[in-house]
Design a protein. Structure first.
Length: 92
């Protein structure tokens, strides 16, 4: 049986998201390095693509964090309901 924790980073992000992190950090640096060799429209396009990549990556991490928070909230709610059911059973 596969281990679901095997493809998970310590903060809960999936490995596909962690693969994007080096690209998010290197792409703006490469744009700055080659800015003098590129034309202005090409430079603007690269900057816009870099910003879009950062936005997509941040959105994916935010969605992952929201899913984790929802799962934690559901687990807490279930524990509370189980405790209340157990307590109601003792009162009879």
């Amino acid at each position: 049986m596969p281990n679901p924790q095997m493809n998970t980073a310590p903060d809960g992000a999936t490995s596909s998201l962690t693969v994007l992190l080096p690209l998010v950090t290197i792409a703006p640096a490469l744009t700055a390095m080659f800015a003098d060799r590129l034309s202005t429209p090409a430079n603007v396009i690269l900057i816009v693509l870099d910003l879009a990549l950062v936005a997509v990556t941040a959105g994916c991490f935010a969605r992952s964090a929201a899913a984790r928070a929802a799962a934690d909230r559901a687990r807490r709610d279930e524990n509370v309901l189980d405790a209340l059911d157990h307590r109601a059973g003792n009162l009879r």
